[in-house]
Design a protein around this ligand. Structure first.
Ligand SMILES: CC(=O)N[C@H]1[C@@H](OP(=O)(O)OP(=O)(O)OC[C@H]2O[C@@H](n3ccc(=O)[nH]c3=O)[C@H](O)[C@@H]2O)O[C@H](CO)[C@@H](O)[C@@H]1O
Ligand SMILES: C=C(OP(=O)(O)O)C(=O)O
Length: 436
């Protein structure tokens, strides 16, 4: 079994670079199959498990995908299959993002129903509502969603009941190749949606208003492969910002963009962290003593749910009572039990978690319950007394490239090991860390 072992107590210093954003690259690769001519050349693609999965999904459909370092080239000009089976969707829910492109290009798409996951039930009714408004017939049965339209999708007016990132992206991709104009209202405004719209426009699409609550899309007859560079990952950047702050360190996070991280920056500043904008990123300097604060997760530009567990780790080290309110996902507190194993003082009250700090965190064996929880437990391990061993790394690998090595590069006492059953835990920890 693979584990990350971290021994707390080191201050982090130095420079670390954020990779291309997972949540931008997944819809962009899904959108690449909409191009019936030419190749797309995508730069700054992070080497994540989720990227491997989306590549497998579109390869399964007969797209030609080449990966060379951080550049991915997609040629989807041949005839594609219009189905994404369960094995891919189970690994990664974002596989449903091929629905819009396939439906627009072929008038048919069949994708396994994603179901819930560790953070909530995560329905996709808003995606389907958008396709139906554009004239598609959608059926759900035998574990699959099948969408079909005779002729082309028709431009339509769609009002989303909730500002969903995935629904905004899926319907925006479908509308790019529909006949006529589509107006999407109450859209999600995340930077990754803007990145996708920019890519669609580079392909010949006509999308305006991405990043605001109303997006207007003039459908075009065809889209052509294009070159595009993925934006930096604001959640990975935010995670390293917390790593610097929690250890009282001084770290330059290259690629961290102020305009994408406003809510995270202001909350960290309220906690006493110094954040300075530099030419190529943000410098984060941790205080001697962090102060308590409250956060409420919201759609962008509110505080991102994907930074909630990392902020919990930070609050555990702050003086006073902090309150976290999770409004985006109904079940995103699985990490609370794991933090408690590290002597964290946390109380769940409905959608709130009361954090009593500073907790004297103790190293323990803990499991990543989702990908951000995995990162957050490692952050807590950076300041816990003794060894923290984090398991279930498959979650972490979905969203972080080389996380342990990047932290080690900043001075953390951390190593990723493949456990030999015959070793005792302590022997193994000592041996693996003695080389650091
Ligand atoms: C690959 C990707 O980009 N993942 C991100 C995306 O997920 P994802 O796109 O799945 O998240 P959504 O924005 O769709 O979900 C937001 C909320 O809307 C609800 N909802 C969503 C769709 C729908 O049809 N009906 C519905 O009720 C969800 O249950 C949730 O409560 O945005 C989330 C919220 O910022 C992030 O945590 C994820 O990291
Ligand atoms: C919840 C996340 O991703 P996904 O939507 O891919 O599960 C995340 O990135 O934290």
């Amino acid at each position: 079994m693979e584990k990350i072992i971290v021994r707390g107590g080191r201050q982090l210093n130095g420079t670390v670079k954020a990779e291309g954003a997972k949540n931008a690259v997944l819809p962009v690769i899904a959108a690449s199959i909409i191009a019936s001519e030419g190749k797309s050349v995508l730069h700054e693609v992070p080497a994540l498990a989720d990227v491997t999965t989306i590549n497998e999904v579109i390869r399964h459909m007969n797209a030609d995908v080449k990966v060379e370092g951080n550049t991915v080239t997609v040629d989807a000009s041949g005839d594609l299959e219009t189905e994404a089976p369960i094995e891919y969707v189970r690994k990664m829910r974002a596989s449903v993002l091929v629905l819009g492109p396939l439906l627009a290009r072929y008038g048919h798409a069949k994708v396994a129903l994603p179901g819930g996951c560790a953070i909530g039930s995560r329905p996709i009714d808003q995606h389907l509502k958008g396709f139906e408004a554009m004239g598609a017939e959608v059926t759900v049965g035998n574990g699959y969603i099948e969408a079909e339209v005779k002729g082309r999708l028709q431009g339509a007016k769609v009002y989303f009941d909730v500002p969903s990132v995935g629904a905004t992206e899926n319907v925006m991709m479908a509308a790019a190749l529909a006949e006529g104009t589509t107006i999407l209202e109450n859209c999600a405004k995340e930077p990754e949606i803007v990145d996708l719209a920019n890519y669609l426009n580079q392909m010949g699409g006509k999308v305006i208003g991405a990043g605001t609550e109303t997006i207007r899309i003039e459908g075009v007859d065809k889209l052509i492969g294009a070159t595009h560079t993925i934006i930096p990952d604001r959640v990975e950047a935010g995670t390293f910002m917390v790593a610097a702050a929690i250890t009282g360190g001084n770290v330059l996070v290259k690629g961290a963009m102020r305009e994408h991280l406003r809510s995270v920056i202001s909350k960290m500043e309220e906690m006493g962290v110094t954040i300075e904008e530099e030419e190529d990123g943000l410098r984060v300097i941790g205080p001697e003593q962090l102060k308590a604060t409250d956060i409420k997760t919201m759609p962008h530009p509110g505080f991102p749910t994907d930074m909630q567990s990392q902020m919990m780790a930070l609050m555990l080290n702050a003086k006073g009572t902090s309150v976290i309110t999770e409004t985006v996902f109904e079940n995103r507190f699985m990490h609370v039990e794991e933090f408690r194993r590290m002597n964290a003082h946390l109380k769940i009250e409905g959608r709130n978690v009361i954090v009593e700090g500073p907790s004297s965190l103790q190293g323990a064996e803990v499991a990543a319950t989702d990908l951000r929880a995995g990162a957050a437990l490692i952050l807590a391990g950076l300041v816990a007394d003794g060894y923290t061993r984090v398991t279930e790394l498959k979650h972490l690998d979905r969203g972080y490239v080389d996380f342990a090595n990047k932290l080690a590069g900043l001075g953390a006492d951390i190593e990723r090991i493949n456990e030999q059953e015959s070793y005792s835990e302590e022997q193994e920890a000592n041996e693996s860390l003695s080389t650091l």
